[in-house]
Design a protein around this ligand. Sequence first.
Ligand code: ADP
Ligand code: MG
Length: 279
Amino acid sequence: MSAGDGAPVIEARDVVKRYVTEAETILALDGVSLAVEPGEFVAIMGPSGSGKSTLLNVLGLLDEPTEGAVYLDGEDTSTLTERERTSARKRTIGFIFQNFYLIPTLTAKENVEVPRLLDQDPETPARAAELLAKVGLGDRLDHTPGELSGGQKQRVAIARSLVNDPRVLLADEPTGNLDRQTGRDVLEQFEEIRTEGVAVIAVTHDAQVADYADRTITLVDGRVSADEPRVATTPTGSLGASGGAGSPEASGSSDAGEPGGTTGPSDDAGEEDDTSHGG
Ligand code: ADP
Ligand code: MG
């Protein structure tokens, strides 16, 4: 299960998502195709309202495309029953959100156990403790979220996302509520996770995330406007391993500046209630 063996673990093919409301129909995704291999780290950027969260929800089988399909290991998930889809999601996908969504009354360890509670697996507490140790919180197992810093909470959320051994980690603004250094710590965690063959797909406004990602996909008005490999400057990655279609030197120039978040109006997710896109 190494990066670059050519078989995507997750794939969107011609995904269209329309939201139909009384007032209007919003075209949130307008024919998005992308494929991500095991161990790849992909950043998804783009202005507010461009469809990033919708894409993540569709990739994570939380929401169904209006047209097109999501494939897991080459299997078309649109043919699955609801129950099969839930099972595929649980087997394959881990989620991390900007606001952590930890349960405040549970300890760090109990929070990590939550996705496995229904399984009644006696190994789960040990597994949770092991994952917390792995993200550097081995000495915080019994702290509640209120007793943890933002970065620590996000690391608990990362540990929780890994408890079912996912093959794909989906993160929506994972560094959005963190200061720069803490954000970097979280990115270092992703870096380690992907060396174990887990694909990481992170929606972000944070240019720092793109420094770690193998590729940055830019969405504008529900379409992929750019899909570019990282320019090979950072010493962190093992660039030789990932290969992929494009060569690093061939890109990273022209399109990069314009569609991304740099000139965009908003730095944060969600607040802006701009429904005027997609027409
Ligand atoms: P982003 O995450 O890039 O900010 P979203 O995926 O949240 O963008 O939204 C894309 C578009 O779809 C926006 O115009 C948004 O208002 C609209 N949208 C998102 N979710 C819904 C929904 N549940 N119902 C109606 N419109 C929605
Ligand atoms: Mg969003």
